[in-house]
Design a protein around this ligand. Structure first.
Ligand SMILES: *Cc1c(COP(=O)(O)O)cnc(C)c1O
Length: 446
């Protein structure tokens, strides 16, 4: 298993993260357990912020909180001087409860409800990223009722789509998100916004994909967005203050994943926007970006306890752990791949190839196919690496499994930032209607 951040093998032959022995963490907090390497999260934050600082441009690095959103995480983002993207009332509430400065919150999403917009207006968030015409008019009306002017960007689809190694340039993207540049919707949106009294258009936003390893997609998007900005300036006489180029920076989950250093992504974006704006004699606006996965992904490790086995001779050996798709749905959702190791026998040589199964009632509930490990025994602690993004955030209570705890580890100290759910949490929102209570009573009487 690749050792991210402060992960290492200690004198006892155990995996250690943030100066904490993973076997001790499993004993103290139980399993499954999400362990987050706080120093690595902060290092990633600083890599983005520092790369922009050296560029001389005005910028905001907004953490896309959907990747991993808890109050403690919001504190880190604030301390590191970054902004925060939210996409729902729940994420907004989390940020506000954590004391995150509202003016550094950006609200995304293709279907913000009137309630969410009002909540965000009342909190005085910094910016709405408006996705469609319905939302534009709703935002203008609600801001009008409150006698405020809502700052906003338009999400536009520049006709660039990137995934990992390739990007494709398409004429018109078939996407639920944003205003299409190719068919003129983005241009009409700007015209429309200029007529509205209660919105202030700061600029435009584009997000081209996720887990991207190369800079070409970002450069292509920057070119198209800048050309759009120039057209809007020339024809509508509006100069954008902000260009937001989204997130999607790739991370290393398994061997063969080849992300670039953060400074390379930022460097490429900065030099493209400088060049492109330069061509139009356009003053370079503030550049905003929105990393999610690349801030928290490789900082996360999930610890599981190994339970049962099923050895099918000549076919495969299944090793089951005490979690699965409830704490990490990504393999079941999109064949995401992970690496792992036995945290309690980290120094032992690999001896067998097994497949790691979750405990849910779904054949698709597999965490890792064909992983080499030492001979596995019940009670071993399996560590799965790179689970910091879109794991806790996507966790569910399927099979009424309680969601695991999350601990932040740093310099030998482990702090719970999310408690493991209790049985009371599991039934806490259940209600038995009175008539059913009566049925139970009458059965007992009979
Ligand atoms: C999901 C998302 C991000 C973050 O994507 P990552 O792949 O986690 O970096 C940023 N911006 C927008 C608009 C998104 O939808």
């Amino acid at each position: 298993m690749y050792m991210h951040g402060t992960s290492k093998i200690n004198d006892k032959g155990h995996l250690e993260i943030g100066g904490c022995d993973a076997v001790d963490l499993a004993k103290t907090f139980g399993t499954p357990l999400y362990v987050m390497d706080e120093a690595l999260i902060r290092r990633r934050c600083r890599e983005f912020v520092d790369a922009f600082r050296t560029s001389g441009l005005k910028f905001e690095v907004a953490y896309a909180s959907k990747a991993f959103c808890t109050m403690a995480m919001c504190r880190i983002v604030e301390e590191e001087g970054m902004s925060l993207d939210v996409v729902s009332d729940g994420e907004l509430h989390t940020a506000l409860q954590a004391g995150f400065p509202a003016e550094r919150i950006h609200f995304h999403g293709n279907n913000k409800t009137p309630h969410e917009i009002e909540m965000a207006l009342d909190a005085k968030i910094g910016c709405f990223v408006v996705d469609n015409f319905v939302e534009l008019h709703m935002l203008n009306a609600l801001a009008g009722e409150k006698r405020v002017k809502a700052k906003m960007l338009f999400r536009i689809t520049p006709g660039v789509e990137a995934h990992t190694h390739e990007f494709i340039s398409t004429g018109q993207i078939d996407s639920k998100f944003g205003f299409d540049m190719g068919n003129g919707a983005a241009y009409r949106a700007v015209e429309e916004a200029l007529k509205l009294e209660h919105v202030e258009l700061l600029g435009v936003h584009s997000h081209i994909g996720s887990q991207i390893f190369e800079v070409a997609g970002f450069q292509a998007a920057a070119e198209k967005v800048v050309a759009f900005a120039a057209k809007v300036r020339d024809e509508l006489n509006v100069t954008f203050k902000v260009i937001n180029l989204g997130g999607g920076f790739g991370i290393r989950y398994v061997e063969g994943d080849t992300p670039l250093p953060v400074s390379d992504y930022v460097g490429a974006i900065v030099s493209s926007v400088k060049t492109e704006f330069g061509r139009f004699g356009y003053p370079v606006p503030e550049i905003w970006i929105e990393p999610g996965r690349s801030i928290v992904g490789d900082a996360g490790t999930t610890l599981y306890t190994v339970g049962t086995f099923k050895d099918i001779p000549g076919v495969r050996k299944y090793v089951s752990v005490d979690g699965g798709m409830t704490d990490n749905p990504r393999p079941a959702l999109y064949q995401a791949q992970y690496e792992g190791m036995l945290a309690n026998r980290a120094g032992d040589a690999n001896e067998e190839v097994v497949s790691i199964a979750g405990k849910c009632c779904e054949s698709g509930d597999m965490l890792i196919w064909d992983i080499e490990l030492p001979r596995v025994s019940s009670g071993d602690i399996l560590a799965v690496a790179c689970t910091g993004a879109y794991n806790y955030a996507m966790a569910s209570n399927y099979n009424r499994i309680r969601r695991p705890a999350v601990v932040f580890v740093k310099d030998g100290q482990a702090d719970v930032v999310v408690k493991r759910e209790s049985y009371d949490d599991i039934v806490g929102n259940d209600v038995i209607p009175d008539r059913m209570k009566q049925v139970v009573k009458s059965v007992q009487q009979a």
